[in-house]
Design a protein around this ligand. Sequence first.
Ligand SMILES: [Zn+2]
Length: 290
Amino acid sequence: MMLIGSHLPLSGPLYFEETAKLALSFGETAMMFYTGAPQNSRRLPLDKMRIGEGDAVLEGKIALSSRVVHAPYIINLANRGDLDKLKAMEGFLRSELERAARFSAPILVLHPGSHLGLGSEAGIKNLLLSLEETLADYRGRTRIALETMAGKGGEIGRSFEEIAAIINGFSRPELLSVTLDTCHLNDAGYDVSDLPGIKSEIERTFGIRKVACIHLNDSKNPRASHKDRHENIGYGTIGFATLEKWASDPDFADVPKILETPYYKEKPPYGTEIAMLRSGVYVEGWRERL
Ligand SMILES: [Zn+2]
């Protein structure tokens, strides 16, 4: 069974129980969510989130190993210009790791951050300092999966070499893994239609076994645009045939594939996108029939 799902809301009144039901309604065998709003640090106490009820819904349907939590994208550890803010963000990352563990998620996806004009090398150095400070005594089981980025603004992690520099520069590399985002890779300049070529680049840098999660998205923009605008499967510049190859690749069979494609006319596209990727059959004009 292909491990595939989508990012999902986690909101009241039923919280994780509702998230779990939604995942199953889309036919998902993997899932991803934020433990609170991605753009702020306010967090509801976990005992209000009906985690046990959600677990009961998911039992036997979505394995714990296919649960992914996404860290809030406001966390930026690649610039140390504001040390008070940085300390707060380090604490926030640590608490998100603990929250992810309470949801039994083995993976916390983290954007490597933005150097804000300092250059990638300095940005990577800053991130490494923060990871050392934050994870020195970390004993949890949830690992961080650094996401490959499109390279907009001063984003670091826009190449496999940069991701490898972060992993290899860290004293506890076993705590770090990688999330590949097909839209970001395309926008960063990679030819994602050449999957064998991508895999050999990965082998040459951080190694295929470090891939812990794949964000499967089409892109609104051409290769090397450095934009990061996700598109529905088949409606972008990457296309269904390529994304289906990624979804069904045997080297990624154990890796959760997560759609972060946009709603269309306020309707979630995930049920249809997942069904097409599973069957390998594309339905022209599917979005109009949601
Ligand atoms: Zn992300």
